[in-house]
Write a protein that binds this ligand. Structure first.
Ligand SMILES: [Cu+2]
Length: 455
């Protein structure tokens, strides 16, 4: 071991001992953390970053208001103010997550949610997160992408002692950056159990051009064996793909008023990279996990590769009315696993007849309230064509099971075409947009009085 490396470990050990004392008492933690951040930090880099941080709100006075991001199917984490400090309470715990109408998994998340609730702050904010571990094992919280002192980095043994089950730990730092960040457990298996959430730092002044809608999507993958509920975190074959903890058609459509500008922030914390494609529109990548990208780097595209641990922020003008799909384009990520439903009746690609499949689908429909048990038309000689069936018997419409204000007015059986990592941006003329907002506000059930059939 070289001298520098040994010195580093000595520093880390001294630093770790300091934190060990801190974790004993919550109040002591809070006091010491303030001192901690002012002290020089092992690693040097954090110190220089710290030195160049932007001034806090207290130093600059009032800042511009910001448009909060909406995380479909995931709530925001509320906060209280302690003087000028935004105080959040984050709890790691097991979470039952219904990822499809016929599938609930035992994931791990935060505050009853998987992914965890979205934390939204503004550049310059002082943030305190009172973290509690209700998992059956030790954990910590890493603030992905944030330039904060090493003591707040959330890496077990390196920057802090692991937070034991039942213990609390206080993170506190000043956010000098703007952009799309996230928090996650810094233990690989816990990440795969769902320990992730958004951490969005809004800029002190709005980005230009301003957007009217701001949405966030977290991409996750799950390996869940048939008739099981616990993800197999050692498994390499992912059969469930989710946006914000749900698979299509349970994903809540994102709404945009015709003529508005839309921002989508996409974050990936799984085992695969996902090419996320938007139908019918071109967008520009306006930011990454590192913050806002200069306008000179923007160019039109409609598919953005969101690699593991990356964030990609895209923006587009909602010029074209319609229900525009947005989905990962990997074919196997555009599917839901039917293994649980089929059990011993798994589809055989040979020896499949229309009658046999129809009765199979009817059996499925009884176990979950699917209303459309018919399938799309097939040729009379279909069974004699090598390769048949492929998608013929994959469609399972369940409009009524997944209906909500955001699905109001979609064409009948829309849900049959929605599977896996898939959702939609519904670009709606003002009147229709307002009607859905009113339904959301009033909690009006999205009863579909009439279908708008294309055909
Ligand atoms: Cu994918």
């Amino acid at each position: 071991m070289g001298g520098t490396r040994r010195k580093f470990f000595q520093d880390a050990a001294i630093f770790g001992t300091g934190l060990l004392g801190l974790s004993r008492s919550l109040r002591a933690e809070q006091e010491k953390h303030a001192a901690n951040e002012a002290a020089p930090h092992p690693g040097g880099q954090a110190s220089s970053v710290h030195g160049s941080r932007r001034p806090t709100r207290a130093e600059t006075g009032a800042r511009g208001a910001y448009l909060p991001m909406v995380t479909p199917d995931v709530a925001d984490l509320s906060h209280e103010m302690d003087g000028s400090v935004k105080v959040f309470r984050l709890i790691a715990e097991p979470v039952k997550r219904k990822i499809a109408p016929f599938k609930t998994i035992d994931a791990w998340g935060y505050n009853g949610s998987c992914p965890g609730p979205t934390i939204q702050v503004q550049q310059g904010d002082r943030v305190r997160v009172i973290f509690e571990n209700r998992l059956p094992e030790s954990t910590s919280v890493h603030w992905h992408g944030l330039e904060i002192p090493i003591g707040q980095d959330g890496v077990p043994y390196i920057s802090q002692k692991p937070v034991a089950p039942g213990e609390k730990y206080v993170y506190e730092f000043t956010v000098h950056q703007e952009g799309t960040f996230f928090y996650h457990a810094h233990s690989a298996m816990q990440e795969m159990m769902g320990q992730i959430g958004f951490f969005v730092a809004h800029p002190e002044r709005d980005y230009k051009p301003r957007v009217d809608q701001d949405y966030g999507l977290i991409l996750q993958e799950w390996a869940v064996l048939p008739s099981n509920t616990v993800p197999n975190t050692a498994g390499m074959e992912f059969n469930w793909l989710t946006f914000n903890g749900v698979s299509a058609p349970m994903t809540t459509p994102m709404l945009a008023r015709l003529g508005s500008r839309v921002r989508l922030r996409i974050v990936n914390l799984g085992m695969d990279h996902h090419p996320v494609h938007l139908h019918g529109n071109q967008f520009v990548v306006t930011g990454t996990e590192g913050g806002r990208a200069p306008e000179s780097t923007w160019y039109p595209m409609n598919t953005v590769l969101v690699g593991v641990a990356q964030a990609r922020v895209v923006e587009f003008e909602a010029k074209y009315p319609g229900a525009w799909m947005i989905h990962c384009h990997l074919p196997h990520h555009m599917m839901n696993s039917m293994m649980d439903l089929l059990r011993d009746r798994q589809i055989e690609t040979a020896d499949q007849t229309d009658a046999k499949t129809l009765s199979q689908m009817e059996s499925l429909a009884k176990s979950v309230p699917f209303q459309h048990v018919h399938h799309s038309p097939i040729a009379e000689n279909a069974a004699s064509v090598p390769g048949f069936p492929q998608d013929a018997f994959m469609e399972m419409g369940m409009d009524e099971v997944v209906e909500k204000p955001e699905t109001y007015g979609l064409p009948k059986n829309w849900s049959a075409g929605m599977m896996g990592m898939m959702t939609m941006v519904r670009v709606l003329p003002g009147k229709e947009y307002d009607a859905i907002l009113l339904r959301k506000k009033n909690g009006t059930p999205a009863v579909q009085e009439e279908h708008h059939h294309e055909s």
